[in-house]
Design a protein around this ligand. Sequence first.
Ligand code: PEP
Ligand code: MG
Length: 565
Amino acid sequence: MKVLKGLPVSDGIAIGKAKYVNKTKFKIKKKSIKEEEVDSELERFETNLQNVLAELDELIENFSLSKDNQDILNTHKMILKDPDFIEKIKKMISQELMSLEQAIKKHFTDIMAIFNNMENNFYAERSSDYEDVAYRFLKHAMNIKSSDFSNIDKNSVIFIDRISPSEVTKAYEREIQGIVVDQGSKNSHSSIIARSMNLPMVVTSEEHKKKISQNTMVIVDGSEGKIYVDPDEETLHKFTEKKKIIEKRSQELEKLKYKDSVTKDGKKIGLMSNIEIPEEIVQVKHNNSAGIGLFRTEFLFIDRENLPTEEEQYKIYSEIAEKVAPHPLIIRTIDIGGDKLSSILNIEHELNPNLGCRGIRLSFENIPVFKTQLRAILRANKKGNIKIMFPMISCVYEVMKAKKIISECKQELDKVNEVEIGAMIEIPSAAVNAKSIAKECDFLSIGTNDLIQYTLAVDRDNQTVAEYYRPAHPSVLQLIKMTVEKAHKQNTKVAVCGEMASQEQFIGILLGLGIDELSVSPAKVLRIKEKIRNTDIKKQKEIANKMCKMSTEKEVMDFLQRSER
Ligand code: PEP
Ligand code: MG
């Protein structure tokens, strides 16, 4: 047994045979043609060329594609549009009487051989571009379906160079056990999707993969990032048992899918999902969650050179709103820190981006960009289930200013549906001023990730100070309590959409503090629903009130443990 270590990107255990999903080996049967077939073969070339180019265009326009991938596909288009390429293929067909497939294969194999013989990385990379183009073209010409993993047994772990978000979705639908990729990172879109689908995934290296041959038994431990190759009996048994426990648990949770999210003492709690990219909607639907409580729209503004157009945004928002209707879709307007956006919005470098031009401040600095997003949202609200939420609100004035801009957008547009407005409460001043903010809003949503960061003055992404990041610190609990009490006096509901809502241990406290709705990671919906259903609000209220009066997080956590016993 060998144990290889990779990067863990999606939890869970996969046990199965290693199946390499590499480029399909094309068997070209018809190598030559007759003279009288030349015209039809040339016509076939033209049709397939146009189809491949159209497919590339479609992929490039795909909203979930990263800038890097778009660049690669644009290079592929250039290869196919190269007059030299077109002329050579036509010549091979008409003069050398080669079939289209044979001509394509020969052309690209020759080019790749030249590049491969050059001892230079740059050219080796170009070679793989040519391979990709040849692969795509042959797939079209030979009418071979794209990789939907339909020929892969469900008891397999797929090994693939890189995987797109839609391919992760396909692997999930095919009930593939797990995924091992060469290229990827924790925050890539494919990893986000794998996590939200509970599909174990590890990123490893080409080097590692060489040590695993096709059909070898493997265990992938997605939480540790480990791959056990050809495991011994004992290891196999240990992980089979572990996997069984996880599966049993998720089967139990599946039973809750159509049950209400209501506490033991009868309070109905709205339980929604947070999404970062549109593909996550699959899991939102799968878990039957009551809509989307936070749609982070940052993916539209990062990793690309151009700002998203109103039309592009309109298309995305409409599609998701349609899919979750009649449930709500809460779209949060752009919320990025200065440096991340500098390439498209020319924001100056900031020494302290978390306290700088982020969230609503960034939108106020870039009114045309803000208005484009708002117009797209307003137009997309055809079913009336979209709500708008503003990030990083520090006082009611910002809500009023944002609402005024919405009114201007409405005037610029033809008739649009009414839209509810909400503010995120993630800055302590907003919690303290929750009364006036609630008066201006239809709903509030507490972003605990930032609320903790700003209350305790601890950078949420800085590992060195991670021990100071204390979600259950009494001051954080008091701010939540304060927000709820002030908002309820205005008859405004309060949700929590920060990570705290996805952590089972905090559900009792949040509900005890009076929270009305929770918006959680799609993979956690059922676990949180189970927790809600086991909560007795009256009892939790007492506990939470006591906690608010404590002095340290440790006291709160100790008390929490004791009260759960
Ligand atoms: C939060 O701050 O809790 C939140 C939900 O927003 P984000 O994590 O996107 O900052
Ligand atoms: Mg936030």
